[in-house]
Design a protein. Structure first.
Lengths: 250, 250
């Protein structure tokens, strides 16, 4: 079968008004994938299916999501793709760049690393301008203890304890290359770079780190939590709205 | 008449979903004043009228709006006012601080200086996260020429040329203490600090400065524009969404 060209697109979106990236079978709720496929199919005058690097959950945002699609029909020069797309996409979804890639390129399977950020507002009053893009958490936090915990989480581990149920994966082993924890104004920003992340993994690690910060979990317990391979041993899942898919590397 | 206590409140809001600050006679569109008076009257169990420092237009945002109101009935300690208010206000409006002030304090007439910021996105693609808080303007700009124009606008002038019609004011003379023009990432930020601003004045000055930047108006023409006292001599009005009321000084 001639699948035509394979186009890779980098995408930003405000996830507030979407029920996640992936089309939900039988549901008509707006999803990023649903909007992309509808508009691309309309532009290309053929049925387009998009493959994404990260199937972000409902309410999760992206500054550097990646998807690819095949088109045999659409004759547009690749440097015009983002203009065509942005002229029809809603303003809370923007195509940032597009390039033609090898037919073997797969947005998810070809990815070598992904970077997510999680934003925590430490302000007593949630600003109207960050309310949809950060999680408010006002309890006192011991950042040194949290940074100690980070040392135990970084590296290759079986992260089953940090995976929500309801996902089917062959292996729960992942490598986190780096976790940064920075304070900027009244915002605490976690950055996670790894070779892949399990379902809710970033949000469960963040929730666990917050519980280390409040003293509910001691950083030395992280090793035990990992070893247990049991979701119940880790901390709570923080809300979706503070999470951003920042970047995918190939 | 015993008017009770006079309470001054500092307020932030995302103006996107409001038809400006001021209640529009005969219209039922949501306004910041309408929401504040409804919630305050409910909390105080008496009819509350709020007086504001700056009657921001539809779509204009605020990080440091100020209003005051009188209450004879509401017995709440003043340090609890913002918690009571924030528990009933929608999340796009937040009370930041409250204090009891002299009965003679008037949020508008007592103001000595106001600071507004205007945000211009220079990005080719408008980010989903700044689309409601900046005006996209991609033409090349000569910032040096714009800074020259700023020198002619700063100071005490009759700003009638920079006032939209439809406002009744005794005097069109105002003093602008300072205009700053900074570039940060792909954002151009104008900051205006003055003793007061006429209707649409910040937006018309910004529009005129952009036309200086593109060469359509030469900076040496600013003096002539001011002298003409004619709205038609100045540049276009930029959209509301890039404008923020930052601070009011007393």
């Amino acid at each position: 079968m001639n699948r035509g060209r394979n186009i890779k697109v980098i995408l930003a979106y405000d996830g507030t008004n979407y029920h996640g990236f992936q089309i939900q079978k039988g549901k008509r709720l707006p999803t990023i994938q649903g909007v992309l496929q509808r508009e691309l199919s309309h532009l290309a005058k053929e049925t387009i299916t998009v493959t994404t690097a990260g199937r972000t959950d409902s309410g999760v945002h992206a500054r550097g999501q990646v998807f690819n699609f095949f088109t045999g029909n659409w004759q547009i020069p690749v440097d015009r793709v983002i203009y065509a797309l942005n002229s029809v996409l809603p303003p809370d979804i923007r195509a940032l760049s597009a390039e033609e890639v090898d037919l073997g390129f797969h947005a998810r399977y070809s990815a070598l690393a992904k970077t997510y950020c999680y934003y925590i507002s430490r302000d007593q009053i949630v600003s109207p301008f960050t309310r949809l893009y950060s999680y408010q958490y006002n309890y006192p936090l011991d950042l040194d203890d949290m940074r100690q915990a980070v040392l135990h989480i970084t590296g290759e581990h079986d992260f089953k304890s940090f995976m929500a149920s309801g996902s089917l994966v062959k292996s729960t082993i992942r490598t986190i290359y780096q976790i940064d924890l920075i304070e900027k104004d009244k915002m605490l920003i976690f950055t996670f770079r790894g070779n892949g992340f399990l379902y809710h993994m970033v949000r469960i690690i963040t929730g666990t780190l917050l519980q280390v910060g409040t003293g509910k979990i001691h950083y030395s317990e992280i090793e035990t939590i990992l070893k247990k391979c049991d979701r119940k041993s880790a901390g709570a899942t923080v809300p979706a709205l503070g999470l951003f898919l920042e970047r995918v590397e190939y």
